[in-house]
Design a protein around this ligand. Structure first.
Ligand SMILES: NC(=O)c1ccc[n+]([C@@H]2O[C@H](COP(=O)([O-])OP(=O)(O)OC[C@H]3O[C@@H](n4cnc5c(N)ncnc54)[C@H](O)[C@@H]3O)[C@@H](O)[C@H]2O)c1
Length: 353
C-alpha cells in the first residue's frame, strides 16, 4: 500500500506522514505547494526520514497528474483558519485551495482507483446552534449546564456527528462542509472508498500557530516570548473552551480506515477530538504558562469576534466504537511538548506569522 499525504509539509500532514512512516517505511509520499510559512522545518524532518516529497498545488490539476499513483490520498492541504478570507483576506484563495483543491484530489483518486480520507473540521458545525448550547461560568471556564436543553447532537460530552451544520459556519467551515458533501457524492457515484474525519483542535510542537488558528501553540510561544496578548470576547476573561488532541494520535485509526474501507457507496463521518477530559479554557492555559514562565498580563476585550464560539468540545464516542480510538497524549503532555519546543526555538512566532 502507498499513501499520498497532500499538505504533508504542514503541521498535521507532516505529523501524520512521519508517524505513518515510522510504522512502515515506504508507506508515505508527501506533496505540498510549500505555501505555509514555517513549513521548511517540516520539509527538513521529512527529508531526514527519507520520505519522498513532491511539489504540487491542489489548485492545478496538471501538477497533480505528475504525482506517482498511490492507493490512498489523505487530504490535509488547506488554509485552515476560521478567519481565512474574512476582512481583507482573499475569499477566492480559500475557496480554491480548500474546495476546488479537494475536488481536484477527488478526481485524482477516481482516476487512480484510490481511496480518499478528508481531514475535515469541527468548524462545519452551525455557529448559531453552537451558541445555543446552555453554558455558565464555573471557575476559569465555561461549562454546559447539566440540566439545560441541548440542541440535537450535543450533550455534556460534546458535539457529535449529528449536530447541525446549518450556516453560517465561516468561509473556512463552508469550504470544508462543501468538500464533505462532494466527497460523499464521489463515494456514492464512483463507488470510491471515502472516510470523512471531522477533527477538533489539533496541537503539538512545531505548529505554525497564530491568534486565528493554532491558538494553543501560539499562546504558549507568545507567553514565553512576552508578547502582547488579549482575551477577546465574553467579558474578556478567556473562559472559552476547546478540546485538543495531537495529530499523531490519529494514525492508528487512519491505518484501520485504509485497511478496512467503509461500506461501498458510503462516506462515513467520524468526529475526532480531545473530548471533555482533554478540554481547556484560554484562562486555564494561561495559568499553566504563568506557572512555567512567570506572570504575564493579558489585555481584556469584552466583545466577542463574530466567528468565536464560547464552548466547543467534541464527542468522540463514534471514533471509539469504530476504531477503539482514544487520545494517547493528554493536554498537559501536549502543552509540555510545545513548551519544550518553544524553549529550543527562540522567536518561533516571528518565523511563522
Ligand atoms: N490544525 C487543526 O487544529 C485542524 C483542525 C481540524 C482540521 N484541520 C485540517 O487539517 C488539515 C491540515 O491543517 P494544518 O493545521 O496542518 O494546517 P497547515 O497550514 O499547517 O498545513 C496545511 C498545508 O497545506 C499546504 N497547502 C495550502 N494550500 C495548498 C495548495 N493550494 N496546494 C498544495 N498545498 C497547499 C500548506 O503549504 C501547508 O503545508 C487542513 O485540511 C485543516 O482543515 C486542522
Amino acid at each position: 500500500m502507498r499513501v499520498l499525504v497532500v499538505g504533508g509539509a504542514g503541521f498535521v500532514g507532516s505529523s501524520l506522514s512521519l508517524s505513518l512512516h515510522e510504522l512502515e517505511a515506504g508507506l508515505v509520499l508527501v506533496t505540498d505547494n510549500f505555501s505555509r510559512k514555517g513549513c521548511d522545518r517540516n520539509l527538513t524532518r521529512l527529508a531526514s526520514a527519507k520520505i519522498d516529497v513532491f511539489h504540487s498545488d491542489v489548485r492545478c490539476p496538471n501538477d497533480l497528474k505528475g504525482l506517482p499513483r498511490c492507493d490512498w490520498i489523505i487530504d490535509a492541504a488547506a488554509n485552515p483558519s476560521v478567519l481565512a478570507g474574512v476582512g481583507n483576506g482573499s475569499s477566492l484563495g480559500v475557496i480554491e485551495s480548500n474546495l476546488v483543491g479537494t475536488m481536484h484530489l477527488l478526481e485524482l483518486a477516481k482516476h487512480w482507483g484510490a481511496g480518499f480520507i478528508l481531514l475535515s473540521t469541527s468548524r462545519v458545525y452551525s455557529m448559531s446552534a453552537l451558541r445555543d448550547i446552555p453554558i455558565h461560568r464555573v471557575g476559569a471556564r465555561f461549562v454546559p449546564v447539566a440540566a439545560g436543553v441541548f440542541p440535537e447532537g450535543a450533550s455534556m460530552l460534546g458535539i457529535g456527528e449529528d449536530f447541525s451544520t446549518s450556516p453560517p459556519l465561516s468561509l473556512y467551515g463552508s469550504t470544508k462542509r462543501a468538500s464533505e458533501l462532494l466527497a460523499t457524492e464521489y463515494a456514492y457515484a464512483y463507488r470510491m472508498p471515502v472516510w470523512i474525519n471531522r477533527c477538533g483542535v489539533m496541537a503539538g510542537a512545531g505548529q505554525m500557530g497564530g491568534p486565528q488558528q493554532g491558538i494553543i501553540s501560539y499562546w504558549i510561544h507568545a507567553v514565553r516570548e512576552k508578547k502582547h496578548l488579549r482575551f477577546t470576547g465574553y467579558g474578556g476573561y478567556g473562559l472559552q473552551v476547546r478540546d485538543i488532541f495531537h495529530p499523531a494520535d490519529m494514525v492508528e485509526a487512519l491505518l484501520m480506515q485504509m485497511q478496512k474501507p467503509p461500506l461501498i457507496g458510503t462516506a462515513p463521518v467520524t468526529v475526532f477530538g480531545g473530548g471533555a477530559t482533554n478540554s481547556v479554557s484560554l484562562q486555564e492555559l494561561h495559568q499553566w504558562c504563568e506557572e512555567r514562565w512567570g506572570s504575564h498580563p493579558v489585555e481584556q476585550i469584552e466583545e466577542a469576534h463574530i466567528m468565536d464560539i464560547p464552548w466547543m468540545v467534541m464527542n468522540t464516542h463514534t471514533a471509539d466504537e469504530r476504531f477503539g480510538w482514544r487520545v494517547k497524549r493528554n493536554k498537559e503532555d501536549i502543552f509540555e511538548e510545545i513548551a519544550e519546543f518553544a524553549d529550543g526555538n527562540e522567536n518561533w512566532l516571528s518565523k511563522v506569522l
